[in-house]
Write a protein that binds this ligand. Sequence first.
Ligand SMILES: C[S@@+](CC[C@H](N)C(=O)[O-])C[C@H]1O[C@@H](n2cnc3c(N)ncnc32)[C@H](O)[C@@H]1O
Length: 340
Amino acid sequence: MYSSLVSMAADSFWSMKKDLHRYVDDVVDVRRVGDESAVVTAEHSTAADLADIAASEPLPFLRHVTEVIAEYDPVEEGFDSVADRVARFLRDETDQTAVSLQTWLDGKVPYRFNRHEEWGSARDLLSDRGFDVSRVGAEWVVSICHTPDTVVVGLNRAEDSLSTWPGGQVRLARTPDQVSRAEFKLEELLQYVSLQASPGSLALDYGAAPGGWSRILAERGFEVTAVDPGDLDERVLDLPLVRHERTTAGNFLRDAKDRFDLIVNDMKMSPARSSRLMLDSRKVLKPSGRCVVTLKTGNRHVLPQLQESFGILRKGFTVEFARQLRHNRNEITVVLRNKG
Ligand SMILES: C[S@@+](CC[C@H](N)C(=O)[O-])C[C@H]1O[C@@H](n2cnc3c(N)ncnc32)[C@H](O)[C@@H]1O
């Protein structure tokens, strides 16, 4: 039996659990351990196997996975009670001494310590055992997840963990030139997927106002057509690479002449309608062009909505990435490649 610690959005536990049972045939138990974490027991699927499946749809709710190597009671014990065991596991897996250590606190309950203090004391215990401990960058990662009732310790290769952030909890700071909170969603996606522009690359931004995504794409060198009946922030309007089309996506598409390298869509619209629009938009997408779309499912009937949407999208696209990002609220971010 293998146990994996997984993290997800608090509202998505049930969808994630259903997906796991549907797509991973040897899962025998999914035990919620905190608001945003659960332990998955499977007969032979490891954390790396789960990451493999989740690397694209159909497990978009998983944000982070790691193999469970220890669990202890936060009231009775501390990391010192498992440090020898963790060191033994590490020595069995690798002859390197470099290891990353990540700690996170699940949920919003007040803890009597913060994650930095917790990190410092676990770091000292691993250093005493001969390891060279960093926060990020080593091939192997020790993860410590605190929940009110239990502490779960994981060990995984960074590349098999879906995210290099502790528990997939990506933290991004607001910048002075940011014009919308929606920017965080695209910034977070860019941690996982690269969207490269070459000179003259064209991007189309459906539902662009107030212009956060357009701003980020222009910053990366795309010439952006920003489509929205609403107003763009003046700072975005002033950018030489951004042109505002004050209309709806449907109207724009009817008369569009350009062929785009990238189409992004952050409109508040049902997932099925949004997906149909993306399919129609292939006529203005270059043969190997890509799309980024946020499917806004709300929190009811999420799985049937996603199933319908992916069914529509697959008629014209390959799904390259699908994840409920930390900065998504009741939505899934999907990256698509035109089938050409
Ligand atoms: C969540 S906001 C987009 C935020 C934007 N991504 C940013 O970073 O600033 C959604 C936008 O979609 C626009 N919208 C909704 N339906 C639309 C349609 N049919 N065509 C074009 N824009 C639409 C709304 O006017 C709204 O400005």
